[in-house]
Design a protein. Structure first.
Length: 123
């Protein structure tokens, strides 16, 4: 089992547990810990890991740092992150376009009225 938390904090951010795994002596492998769709943020983290085999138990603690570039690269590679459309941005852009169209329409209407008034004054 493994947990990841920010250095100096008690809250566990991510955790994973796996049973019935086997590995050869003096070997290593990457143990995946799902972020459950969250984005990895840059910062200093602490990994706590425990492995058991029969009555034997091994524990590790390792600090690691993720900088902003690494976090971006990891987040781009993570297929579980929802990168769907941000509807707030779509709504804001639509509202801005609508307001611009209304302003243009009002300016054109005002210009037309001024032209009509000047034509009427000339008659």
């Amino acid at each position: 089992e493994a947990t990841v938390q920010k250095v100096g904090e008690e809250e566990i951010l991510y955790q994973a547990s796996q049973e019935q795994m086997q590995m050869a002596p003096n070997s290593n492998f990457n143990f995946p810990i799902s972020l459950e769709g969250d984005r990895f943020r840059s910062g200093e983290y602490l990994l706590k890991m425990t492995a058991r085999s029969g009555e034997d138990e091994w524990q590790w603690e390792r600090k690691f740092t993720i900088d902003a570039d690494e976090a971006r690269a990891l987040n781009r590679a993570d297929v579980t992150i929802d990168t769907g459309i941000n509807w707030w941005i779509v709504a804001a852009i639509s509202l801005i376009i609508l307001l611009l169209l209304i302003i243009v329409w009002l300016l054109l209407k005002k210009k037309k009225n001024e032209r009509d008034d000047s034509v009427n004054d000339n008659e």
